[in-house]
Design a protein around this ligand. Structure first.
Ligand code: HEM
Length: 363
């Protein structure tokens, strides 16, 4: 497929439905409903979704030199190296046995970043990326997500044994679909995620972000040989409710990890819409191109210090960052009030201050 030049962002690419505020209120309330349930069940105010973490990393984020002008935008305008923190998670709002195999998330926080801030993030110096392990979101719009979320939210805190059975059934269905070249975001979301090593996954913004004068989707892809070797490698969860956490910890006990941070610039608004987060942007029309490297040395990915700090005192939010990387589209706009409310609920529920770090903790 011929590759067009990158398309400059036009504000007309974003269209806001009249009832968007109402949809956002519904989503924020549905997320708070999940938090209240798990808080009542566990006594701890968890994240509304992605409640179960599987590891925390301290890393270095290195912006590559000699990037072409269309990529050298915002955070990537100048070669530099920053401290970074990562949190790996799975999607449900309740902390389940890893036998219930659900999509994974990776949250990345780059520290000490200069530049003009997003509204609501003034005075902070971090750039956050909050990613999922498939190239598109399971649903295109906030309204569609609200319709899908309500019945799912009602299962929070209930019927784990049933979820395990459902997970096994949907994994089989998903595997069968993948054998014939298909892939179902719905089946995967319904616990049909293959039981593979999390560190072999790539993670994506799924929805669009501004990239300076342009707009894009971003990805985090493993490139070091040890991580690439883990791609699609099966893990055994029988008798191991925390198999994901254990296997991540085992890897980093002795091995490092290197990822590329990549940008897929939009080149065609029809094939690469902003307002439909379920649309897969064709990579043959615009490939994901590296703009930075993330390096993590061997370390304990489940230390008490990091766990307490990240779970109690940190929040990852796509709206915490530079104006040059503003989140775009209905799904991204809906995240703003929902993440803010979830953070406030956690802070109050756990009696812990949540703030953007200005540097790495010593211990
Ligand atoms: C592109 C689609 C999305 C992706 C890739 C995504 C991914 C994630 C990830 C990885 C986390 C965990 C962050 C952490 O480790 O602290 C998270 C948390 C969360 N997500 Fe999303 N999400 C998406 C869309 C949404 C939408 C549309 C909503 C609701 C409107 C939502 C609501 C939340 C909330 C409330 C949290 C917990 C935040 C906190 O307690 O700090 N997400 N999401």
């Amino acid at each position: 497929m011929a590759q067009n030049p990158p398309l400059r962002f036009d504000p007309a690419f974003e269209t806001t439905p009249e009832d968007e505020a109402e949809t956002q209120r519904g989503l924020t309330e549905a997320m708070l409903g999940i938090q209240r349930t798990t808080h009542a069940d566990t006594g701890y105010a968890h994240r509304a979704v992605h409640a179960k973490a599987h590891g925390y990393l301290r890393a270095r984020f290195e912006v590559l030199a000699d990037l072409p002008p269309e990529l050298a935008q915002g955070l990537f305008a100048t070669p530099a190296t920053y401290d970074a923190i990562m949190r790996f998670s799975t999607t449900p709002g309740d902390v389940l046995h890893d036998g219930v195999s659900t999509p994974r998330g990776a949250a990345l926080k780059v520290l000490g970043v200069p530049g003009r801030r997003l509204p609501g993030s003034e005075g902070e110096t971090t750039q956050n990326y909050v990613l999922g392990n498939s190239p598109s979101f399971q649903i295109g719009t906030a309204k569609g997500f609200l319709r899908q979320l309500r019945p799912l939210a009602a299962t929070t805190g209930r019927a784990e044994p049933v979820k395990k059975v459902v997970s096994a059934v949907t994994r089989t269905a998903e595997a069968a679909l993948e054998m014939v070249g298909g892939k179902s975001a719905t089946l995967t979301t319904l616990a049909g995620q293959a039981k593979t090593h999390l560190l072999g996954d790539s993670f994506f913004s799924q929805a669009a972000l501004l990239h300076g004068d342009y707009f894009a989707k971003v990805a985090l892809s493993p490139v070091s040989s040890e991580l690439v070797a883990l791609s699609e490698s099966p893990i055994d969860t029988s008798g191991h409710p925390d198999a994901l956490r254990e296997t991540v910890r085992d890897h980093f006990r002795t091995c490092p990890g290197v990822w590329e941070f990549r940008v897929q610039l939009a080149t065609d608004i029809d094939a690469m819409p902003v307002e439909d987060a379920a649309a897969m942007w064709p990579e043959d029309a615009s490939p994901y191109l590296p703009v930075a490297r993330i390096m993590a040395l061997p370390q304990d990915t489940w230390s008490d210090g990091m766990r307490e700090w990240v779970e109690d005192n940190l929040a990852f939010n796509p709206w915490t960052g530079l104006a040059a990387h503003r989140p775009l589209g209905s799904i991204m706009r809906a995240r703003r009030p929902a993440y803010a409310a979830a953070r406030a609920y956690r802070s109050q529920g756990n009696g812990a201050e949540i703030s953007e770090p200005t540097g790495m903790p010593t211990a």
